[in-house]
Design a protein around this ligand. Structure first.
Ligand SMILES: [Zn+2]
Ligand SMILES: [Zn+2]
Length: 354
């Protein structure tokens, strides 16, 4: 399977990063320097209610790293966090969720519900910030896997010391109820998924010592979002690269991985049609059935086919080819040694009118 060699180039990025412009513990310069050393192609900075990183000129291409700056919008009660990307202004903090979703879209931006199923019950002083207003519409996607929420949710007192020193070891999986919600929403229109780091790199003092929980280089080796972009894009033009990344995120042309379980770079997920045509995850504008959902991953894993929210088939190994005979919403999950590793965006086949 060499579909990437034909038309697409795979890039990998870390999305949802905080800096000292809001409540992060490191400067944007420190973040960019760290990102250059851990094999990322792009990062997206999203400080709370500020675009200072953009205003101060940090967007751009530097040493083959594409730096984008969006921001994290919240409602007047600091709830319903929304990652606003591709905008050049921060919208009014008094707006209700449907209004900021609309305003961001009207301004040409895209948006993702951030940590929508966050729970956090361990830290009394740090309440959870789940998405609560599910009546809204018009958002582009959902952050199905938030590294910081995952880490905090599974935190129990007996293991807190271990988790502080080995922060990625206990990363679990996207919340099951959120995956169900995502699958259900996808039945009516395409909802893309991203993975978010929610990096804060804050210092924590214990007794006389003070250290960073999740040093940034460790944080950037966790949840990643991979995209397939045009093979001809060689990161020489910033505007074209920014457009390609935002377009890929909005249209779900990729997958999410946990780097801690293995570098998923090189993975392929595509639909092969009878006429030889292949298509990426995302809305399938034309299709013919039966088709074949092809998977290739760089290391062995359990490759599971999910159809309309239910696991219906699986293969163990590095490749899989699933026959698709009926219309529906199909996606792939990959587990490595029974731990969650990769989540593809869906292939909705014959589901929506055009
Ligand atoms: Zn948030
Ligand atoms: Zn955040």
């Amino acid at each position: 399977m060499n579909f990437k060699k034909k038309s697409y180039r795979e890039i990998t990025g870390a999305i949802h990063l905080h800096t000292t412009y809001s409540d992060g513990g490191i400067t944007i310069k420190e973040l960019i320097n760290a990102a250059k050393t851990v094999g990322l192609n792009f990062i997206i900075v999203t400080d709370h209610m500020t675009l200072r990183g953009l205003d101060e000129g940090y967007e751009g291409l530097t040493d083959n790293l594409c730096v984008l700056v969006g921001y994290e919008h919240h409602d007047p009660h600091k709830k319903n966090h929304y990652l606003a990307l591709g905008v050049d202004q921060v919208f009014n903090p008094s707006l209700k969720p449907q209004s900021y979703i609309n305003e961001i879209k009207k301004a040409g931006g895209i948006g993702f519900l951030a940590h929508p199923a966050e729970k956090r019950n361990y830290f009394g002083s740090l309440p959870p910030y789940p998405w609560t207003d599910w009546e809204v519409d018009g958002f582009d996607g959902i952050e199905i896997w938030n590294q910081m929420s995952d880490w905090v949710e599974n935190l129990k007192s007996w293991m807190s010391f271990v988790k502080l020193f080995y922060p990625r070891r206990f990363l679990g999986a996207p919340p099951a109820e959120l995956l169900t919600k995502w699958d259900t929403l996808n039945k009516t229109r395409f909802i893309s998924a991203i993975g978010g780091v929610d990096a804060h790199s804050r210092r924590l003092g214990i007794g006389y010592c003070c250290f960073r929980v999740f040093p940034i280089k460790v944080e950037l080796k966790g949840i990643r979002t991979h995209l397939y972009i045009d093979q001809k894009n060689n990161f020489s033009n910033f505007a074209a690269t920014k457009k390609a990344i935002l377009n890929g995120l909005q249209n779900g042309h990729g997958f999410i991985s946990n780097f801690r379980r293995g570098d998923a770079m090189g993975s392929c997920f595509f639909l092969q049609h009878k006429n030889g045509h292949i298509s990426l995850p995302g809305v399938q504008k034309s299709y013919s059935l039966p088709a074949r959902l092809m998977v290739e991953i760089p290391e062995k894993g359990r490759i599971i086919l999910i159809a309309n929210g239910k696991a219906i088939n699986h293969t163990d190994g590095k490749t899989a080819a699933f026959e698709i005979e009926k219309e529906g919403i199909y996606r792939i999950e990959v587990y490595k040694k029974s731990k969650a590793w990769i989540y593809s965006n869906p292939f909705p086949i014959g589901c929506y009118p055009f």
